[in-house]
Design a protein around this ligand. Structure first.
Ligand code: EPZ
Length: 427
């Protein structure tokens, strides 16, 4: 089990560079399966989930290799195997989205029901509805989803809610269906737009990505391409929260301002000074943050993946804040852990009432999931004393070199404190 030992109190100061987006990378790796050729991705983050997806593609008999740091080549000219192994799919929900591309390319796919962070039920009914609408016969039993159908056909598909994953999954699959597919009530996340950009470069015909209505005109074949992964908006937001909590002054480079606007507007409400540039933002805070309310929503609402770090910041804010989590029903698992540090958070269902306290006190805590772990790290950086966080393997799934980057900004962190080697860099 991964462990971090943080000594709180240091202001974060300096410059840090966001890595490529985890969520965009994973969608693009699945989308590359549609191309009869080689797709090379640049700015790919070196994180656990990407390694899992690479293993998944290799298990399908697809060429997949890291050409150099952050550069991954996927050659899907031939797809030998149409069954995605359970031990990989259970590790990461995004791997489920290989089902549609396998079906579109080979007429058959068998993929285990997805796993990933325990933040809610996370059903796949919209994914299945879309695959069935495109003409496949879907059978779900023994924990596997089996889809069969030669010659997918375009369809009108309505999503009861704007699911990012289902939108990406069906948009990609429909590229090789005969005729026109229209997805109504589609998700508008930046990762949907980025996947559309990749597929378009591969020869797809898609209109409306980033709006509630996406229209895909199927083509016979897609080819490989080269693609640059966008910066990770959740990583950038996490650095901005940590900077605000430690009253620091950090410039986050390699960002897409248009992707994090909802978050930045809320960050300014707590008193942070945020200067936006073409592909960077400077975050400063010289006073205890002020309380504000956040309500997570599908894009362009406040992103659910930044709810936990933001709530950690509100736990030391002046005043009472209300956090409403509308996307996942179990995304407050960090509340008990941060409560051990003195945070006053009363959670009831999808709402948490946070009464800000002047300071948190370091304590031993356990990361419950990826973003909850990031929240605890932010809390430990601002807390008085030492915070020992276990379960940080969750965090390593989705943040590239987070400890190293924070230490470069002045954080006092030791990875796996029981080991001999130390990773803290005293700046
Ligand atoms: C993606 O998950 C991201 N993961 C999530 O980030 C992110 O929180 C989420 O989108 C929302 O933006 C990846 O891209 C790998 P959804 P996804 O389908 O696609 C319900 C992180 O921390 N739903 O938009 O699974 C679902 O239960 C992760 O990086 C159905 O009901 O999210 C949830 O309540 C966490 N039926 C809501 O929709 C379905 O068939 C939003 O889910 C699909 C989803």
């Amino acid at each position: 089990m991964g462990k971090l030992s943080l000594t709180g109190g240091a202001r974060l100061v300096g410059t840090v560079r966001s890595s490529g987006s985890k969520n965009s990378t994973l969608a693009i790796m699945a989308g590359a399966l549609l191309g009869k050729g080689r797709t090379v991705q640049h700015n790919v983050p070196e994180i656990g989930d990407v390694r899992t997806m690479m293993d998944m593609l290799r298990a399908l008999g697809v060429g997949c290799e890291e050409l150099s740091q952050g550069v991954v080549s996927i050659d899907a000219t031939d797809i030998e195997n149409t069954e995605a192994p359970y031990e990989l799919v259970k590790k990461m929900r995004a791997s489920f989205c290989v089902l549609g591309p396998l079906l579109a390319r080979r007429g058959y796919a068998k993929v285990a029901m997805p796993g990933g962070c325990d933040i809610g039920a996370r059903p796949i009914d919209l994914h299945v509805k879309g695959i069935q609408a495109l003409g496949a016969v879907v059978n779900i039993e023994h924990g596997f989803v089996e889809a069969e159908g030669d010659g997918l056909r375009g369809a009108q598909i309505y999503f009861n809610l704007p699911s990012a994953g289902a939108t990406q999954h069906i948009m990609a699959t429909a590229c090789l269906a005969q005729g026109v597919t229209t997805i109504h009530n589609a998700a508008m996340e930046p990762e949907v737009v980025e996947l559309c950009n990749l597929l378009t470069k591969m020869g797809a015909n898609i209109r409306g990505a980033g709006t509630p209505t996406v229209r895909i005109e199927g083509v016979k074949e897609l080819h490989g391409t080269e693609f640059e992964v966008v910066p990770d908006r959740m990583e950038a937001g996490t650095f901005a929260v940590a900077t605000t909590m430690t009253m620091g002054d950090v410039t986050v480079e390699n960002i897409r301002p248009d992707h994090i606007e909802p978050f930045v507007l809320k960050l300014r409400e707590v008193g942070a000074i945020v200067d936006m540039y073409d592909n960077a933002m400077r975050v400063r805070c010289n006073a205890r943050p002020m309380a504000t309310d956040i309500t997570t929503m599908p894009h362009p609402g406040f992103p659910t993946d930044l709810q936990q770090p933001f709530a950690a910041m509100l736990s030391i804010a002046q005043g009472v804040s209300i956090v409403t989590e509308n996307v996942y029903e179990r995304r407050f698992k960090y509340v008990n852990e941060i409560g051990r540090m003195g945070a006053d958070i009363k959670q009831d269902g999808r709402t948490a009432v946070i009464t800000g306290t002047a300071k948190l006190l370091g304590a031993p805590v356990t990361a419950p999931d990826l973003r909850g772990g990031a929240a605890l790290i932010c809390a430990g950086l601002a807390a008085e004393g030492q915070t020992d966080i276990s379960g940080t393997e969750h965090v390593e799934r989705g943040y590239e070199n987070l400890t190293y980057k924070l230490c470069q900004l002045g954080a006092q962190i030791v990875s796996n404190p029981n080991d001999i080697e130390r990773e803290s860099i005293l700046v």
